[in-house]
Design a protein around this ligand. Sequence first.
Ligand code: FEO
Ligand code: CA
Ligand code: CA
Length: 638
Amino acid sequence: MDKTLKNPERRALLKTLGAATAASAGVGLLPGCGRGKNTGEENLAFAEIPHGLDGRHHLPEGYSADILLRWGDPLAAGAGPFDPAVLNAAEQERRFGYNNDFIAFMPLDHDAGPGGVDRHSVSRNSERGLLCVNHEYTQPHLMFSGYSGEYSVSAEHVAVEQAACGHTVVEIEKTAGGWRPVVGSPYNRRITLNTEMDIVGPAAGDSRLQTAADPSGARVFGTVGNCAGGKTPWGTVLIAEEGFGSAFQGDPDSIADPVEARNHHTFGIAPDNRNWGEHDRRFDIAVEPNEPNRFGWMVELAPYDPASRPRKLTNLGRFVHEGFTLVCKPGQPVAAYGGDDGIEKCVYKYVSRRPYRPGDFAHNRQLLTDGTLYAARFDENGSGRWLPLVFGEGPLTAENGFRNQADVLIDARRAAKLAGATPMDRPEDVETNPVNDCTYVMLTKNKKRDADETDAANPRPRNTAGHVLEIVPPGENGRRDHTSDTFQWNTFLLGGNPNAEDPRERGAYGEQRPGSISAHGWFACPDNVAFDSRGNMWIATDGCERFGFHDGLWAMATEGERRALPKHFFGCPRGAELCGPEFTPDGKTLFVSVQHPASDGDSTFDNPLHRWPDNDPALPPRPAVLAIRRKDGKLIGS
Ligand code: FEO
Ligand code: CA
Ligand code: CA
């Protein structure tokens, strides 16, 4: 029986969401997940921090944070302290990049050295490892002196920007004095817009990926827009290419082929984008109309092998990738979930053709290059279907402009919509809880959804605060079938203030018991998500400042009485969003990415809003990764 409908407040809320919603998407309706125990006194017993807004970061009593890595910190041996006045592209390539985002902690086995890739891949060492960090984008007005506008003024600055994007692999170790990077480690590596990589899968070599510099269509320089990502149990990280369109300049309507023009439009390529095209012609679509088709993929990187070439995995489709996270069960195909972070874009799942075999690294490394991509349809009655994006099936045929499977993957957005997938309120991270085996979709916001465009899965018009959906694959907690093409779903929570006057803006958490959420427990705009080993959900936000307080991290149970009742754990310095929450395997360190601190209003390098984290008048504000621990060394959040 649906106990939530007995509650008059719940009934009122559901009424405001519309009748179609009430049937399926009430917060706390439980078609499978949420019935377990995850509530003891010790669970998430930290002292909640208040909402606030200032130039500092904030943690609960009893916790401390090491400032582990900041933009410009040295990685290569001999690279000295950061001096922004003498920064050039060659220096930047030896240093930590800008606007850190996704974080993967990849343990290093105690005894295996370089070459012990398989040993490292299964290690649970929580005191030494490789930190693999995305660098999403650059902000020249906060990186260089003398700027008033937001675009680079010289080819030299563009080159620094391109060297500051991409990804960092850096060895880190926990010492008596805290976590620190191992400068000069042979594992340390920067991936930039100049790193050569392969393109693999059905779109590799396709004519739409060929350029003057690469007639093979299978080798590309660099990656950009690297937002969130994922990890594999075979020792690789998955790096998303998200907002790549803004790197390209030009007018899509100047392209003769209407399919290609529409393709470039959907990714926001425009004449007034950042001006890289003026200084680096491959980012000018009038010169290289196919270059954008070589971005918008998931990239797989093998950090334990510093000489390895990254590869772009075209099987996972091309869109504004937030990330892809895996569910790997012995003897079953791998399922991988991802979001397309665009307004009214879709949620995706990939299922490998062959099964995952623990320990068979050569076999497992091919699982992401041979399988099927699906997009999600969320039905009004709380069920859902994964729709295969396969050339020749359904509408994905020549009549609709698809020549082959390469076209389906290059234009995955169009394929998903044609197949009938549900347009969502900006899907960000999609990740599976290792304890209850349900999958959670962060939907950050969508102010453009009109009242007559709402549906059960996107119930709010002008959705300013976002929401979280729970996907429940068939089966029982811990033994769900992520390869099935059907699922159940429900609304886990609605972001925003639970006491907002306008019922359409009102947040909804847990079972909506009066007083069950504190004044600081609510948040808006869920973006990245991580789970601890007990199945608690940790949500990082991007958009709370519009509601009057800092972005940060909120933790909550997914099961039991305190299901979907967040507690506020971390607050960012003003102007920053929080990204990349990542636990060490022992749960005693939590890494977080503070991205674009002091980034609002008229803030510039010369006159910043604040200078976090250094607070040194000689240094600008710097994006940074923090390593959070309990002062007593115990489990984070317990
Ligand atoms: Fe880079 Fe979707 O946040
Ligand atoms: Ca994100
Ligand atoms: Ca983000």
